[in-house]
Design a protein around this ligand. Structure first.
Ligand SMILES: C[S@@+](CC[C@H](N)C(=O)[O-])C[C@H]1O[C@@H](n2cnc3c(N)ncnc32)[C@H](O)[C@@H]1O
Length: 388
């Protein structure tokens, strides 16, 4: 495919996304029916689509329309390319710009439009992040680095970097945690490497690793990962100490890969059903990596930025409060409740903790931490609550 044809395809997929189709579904549907597209074409179309989703408002402003075509015109203008060079109408390239399109388009207005945020959420972002808001929004407009976690129970990160180099993958020490590694070349081949099959590393963002590295742990403790999902944090915690480790999720199917991942990493994890928890309590540490807006990871999942609504954010806050009160009784006296989100919003972070403490006098905040994409990984929040 020519560069112009790739853009035309991206515009078509973006139209489907604007009509409500999930980007991954639209991309898979296109790839299935486009056998002519090689792997480089697929990667390029995917990159265009995700770049446009990260920068949807500013590209629509520059391109003069919130359509697939407008977004791709905006994308080119943003990178300083004259759209006329690719919108030629030749072969499978998009049709030349009309006179109206030539003159449409303007620099995005400062604030929510330039920061590529919905208007309703911008005040929440600025209140939560203060003078970092614009820089964080700018960071979220760009691709996230590829980061992995060295399984420190097996090898240090320097050894993992050397093993990856032998398999043709270029990596260097990453930010925020001793286990973090950033991959600069060969990232698409990571999960096909021998090192991955041997449990030497896992795919994991550096801030997610930092959350796990910040929770104080001791050998022999009983730890419950209450919202385990695929088990990314379960495994990162398991690598830090000899734990009696339990994983739970309200949707147990989300944990279906966890036994295989745990075996690959060489760590024992017991999957538990909610009804078994009272009999297994108390736990020394309970981690609640609660469902949230995902605003800290909007670089990786930019659709979330546009699909989130104020009603959904309200629902999430209720779920977060409910999870805190559900797990409180599972924590041993003097034990720790670790509350984590990948959100940048105070409404899902410190506000939830303050509300919990106000209604539960037997608890105190031992520490809380916030990471933003300016620190080098996704945005995350962690509060450590001690049962007194
Ligand atoms: C942010 S994800 C967890 C990600 C996971 N900890 C990781 O590091 O890969 C939140 C998880 O909470 C689960 N969840 C939602 N509501 C819950 C509830 N009331 N109790 C327990 N888990 C819940 C979801 O099914 C989802 O898997």
């Amino acid at each position: 495919m020519t560069p112009g044809a790739r853009l035309a395809m991206a515009a078509e997929i973006l139209d489907a996304v604007l009509e409500g189709t999930a980007a991954e579904k639209a991309l898979t549907g296109w790839a299935r029916k486009s056998r002519y597209a090689g792997s480089k074409d697929r990667a390029a179309v995917r990159d265009h689509v995700f770049d446009a989703l990260r920068c949807m408002r500013s590209y629509a402003a520059l391109g003069g329309a919130m359509t697939g075509r407008g977004l791709t015109i905006g994308l080119l203008r943003a990178e300083g390319t004259d759209p006329a060079t690719l919108f030629t109408g030749e072969g499978h390239c998009p049709a030349p710009l009309t006179e109206a399109e030539e003159t449409a388009g303007a620099a995005p207005a400062p604030g929510a439009e330039a920061g590529d945020m919905p208007d309703w959420i911008w005040p929440l972002v600025t209140q939560s992040l203060g003078d970092q808001a614009e820089a964080v929004a700018e960071c979220l407009r760009h691709r996230a680095p590829v980061q992995i976690r060295a399984n420190l129970s097996r090898h240090d990160s320097a050894a993992v970097i050397a093993m990856l180099a032998e398999e043709g993958i270029t990596a260097a020490p990453g930010p925020l945690a001793p286990s973090a590694i950033e991959v600069s070349e060969g990232a698409r081949r990571l999960t096909g490497t021998r090192a991955f099959a041997d449990g030497v590393f896992e795919m994991q963002d550096a801030a997610s690793q930092a959350v796990c590295a910040t929770i104080p742990l001791k050998d022999g403790q009983r730890l419950l990962d209450y919202c385990a999902g695929g088990g990314g944090k379960t495994l990162a915690l398991a690598a830090r100490a000899q734990l009696d480790l339990f994983a739970h999720d309200a949707t147990p199917e989300r944990m279906q890969d966890l036994p295989v991942r745990a075996e690959r990493a060489g760590v024992p994890v017991t999957l538990v059903d909610g009804s078994d928890l009272p009999g297994l309590a108390p736990f020394d540490v309970v981690l609640c990596d609660v469902p949230c807006s995902g605003s800290g990871s909007w670089r990786r999942a930019p659709e979330g930025k546009w699909r989130l609504t104020a009603d959904r954010l309200d629902d999430l806050q209720n779920i977060q409060g409910q999870i805190l009160s559900d797990v409180a009784d599972l924590v041993a006296p003097d034990g720790l409740l670790a509350y984590a989100t990948c959100s940048l919003l105070a409404e899902e972070n410190r506000d939830r903790i303050d509300a919990f403490i106000a209604g539960n006098p037997g608890w105190q905040v031992q520490a809380d931490h916030r990471w933003t994409p300016l620190d080098g990984g996704d945005g995350f929040y962690l509060a450590l609550l001690r049962r007194i």
